[in-house]
Design a protein around this ligand. Structure first.
Ligand code: NAP
Ligand code: F7E
Length: 321
């Protein structure tokens, strides 16, 4: 039986990755930090099938011990302070977790079990003020937030440990991927939740920031396979993972309201500058040619289908509470 360690197991991707690996017959270990309230909502249905180990990306000692004890064949480093606005209000903490957390994990692997294959969750936010359209593995980086800068450190230190110590360490440069398990602070889930609440008469307005920003949005479930495939290759290398389509926040909102039969969607939206960022990423769109060719990976879920899944899930959830 293969063993995998997932950091960030309580998050959107960690929960889907745990399900994905359990379905493939893995023994799954999940790293989780101590909190005063329960954070296992997304994995409550599989909690008895996985082993939770306590650790924190800011604590080297816990990470090294976990890797030494568990000796995982595969490590998926999905933990991060992942919300871009919080990276502006807590830039140093974001650097500690999202940047230095990666080298702590890599050091734990190098010292504790160098045979482990390591996946780093890199981000399209590293392209930031995009130097090329669409963005591929060869596009120069230009991050626009402390989060993007921290991810860039994580990305390059992964490349560096691969080249310096011959670790099987790869980076998946994932574009935005969403789901009903997305945190409600991210724009897609904020919209799907608000649309459900408005339809049910529980909310009047949806207050957004820059609705002209464009993103390459995919369905999170589709991205788990790509991450796993990267660790099944003979050669350790980095890949861009995205759909190759881009849409604005405005388009997302319009289609989300359409799912519940509201066509005068603009009447419900208010734009407020408090949601604007000090520096914005205007346009992201993936060139996924390399992933298609080498991993034989491609997204399965369309933009419309993703919105439909998210809105319907929130309608069901909101009808219950
Ligand atoms: P998420 O839902 O925000 O989950 C983040 C996870 O990291 C949570 O489990 C959180 O634990 C954990 N975490 C935060 N700080 C930690 C610390 N100090 N020590 C240990 N664990 C810590 O993020 P996601 O959307 O699943 O994304 C997964 C990864 O992919 C992240 O690295 C993110 O930056 C990256 N990424 C995401 C996307 C996307 O569109 N979703 C795209 C590109 C890259 P708590 O529950 O305790 O807070
Ligand atoms: O913003 C605009 C906002 O917060 C998307 C993370 O998973 O993906 C995510 O980062 C866009 C931005 O995601 C609101 O200005 C407008 O242009 O949903 P988001 P993000 O910043 O793209 C990348 C790939 C990651 O790696 C990150 O970890 O939407 N926007 N109005 C808004 N955004 C939010 N959150 N809230 C609004 O009201």
């Amino acid at each position: 039986m293969k063993t995998a360690l997932i950091t960030g197991i309580t998050g959107q991707d960690g929960s889907y990755m745990a399900e994905f690996l359990l379905n493939k017959g893995y023994q799954v270990y999940g790293l989780s930090r101590r909190t005063s309230t329960v954070t296992t909502e997304r994995i409550s249905h599989i909690i008895d099938k996985i082993k939770i180990v306590e650790g924190d990306l800011v604590d080297q000692h816990s990470l090294t011990h976990i890797i030494k004890d568990v000796k995982p064949q595969e490590v998926y480093n999905l933990a991060a302070q992942s919300f871009v606005p919080s990276s502006f209000s807590q830039p140093v903490l974001t650097g500690e977790i999202t940047a230095l957390g990666v080298i702590r994990m890599l050091e734990a692997v190098r010292i504790g079990y160098p045979k482990a294959k390591f996946y780093q969750a890199s981000s399209s936010e590293m392209f930031g003020k995009a130097q090329e359209v669409p963005q591929s593995e060869k596009t120069p980086f230009y991050p626009r937030s402390p989060y993007g800068v921290a991810k860039l450190y994580g990305h390059w230190i992964t490349v560096n440990y691969r080249e310096s110590y011959n670790l099987f360490a790869v980076s998946g440069i994932c574009f935005n991927h969403e789901s009903p398990r997305r945190g409600t602070e991210f724009v897609t889930r904020k919209i799907s939740q608000a649309v459900a609440r408005i339809k049910l008469g529980k909310q009047k307005k949806l207050v957004l920031g820059n609705i002209d920003a464009k993103r390459d949005w995919g369905y999170a479930l589709d991205y788990m396979e790509a991450m796993w495939l990267m660790l099944q290759q003979k050669k350790a290398q980095d890949f861009v993972i995205g759909t190759g389509e881009t849409h604005s926040v405005k388009e997302f909102a319009k289609l989300a309201f359409e799912v519940v039969g509201i066509n005068n969607w603009e009447d419900y939206i208010e734009v407020n500058r408090t949601h604007f960022r000090p520096a914005e990423v205007d346009l992201l769109i993936a060139d996924n040619t390399k992933a298609k060719k080498i991993l034989k990976w491609q997204p399965k879920t369309s933009f419309r289908k993703l919105i439909d899944i998210m809105v319907k899930s929130d309608l069901e959830r909101e009808a219950k509470v």
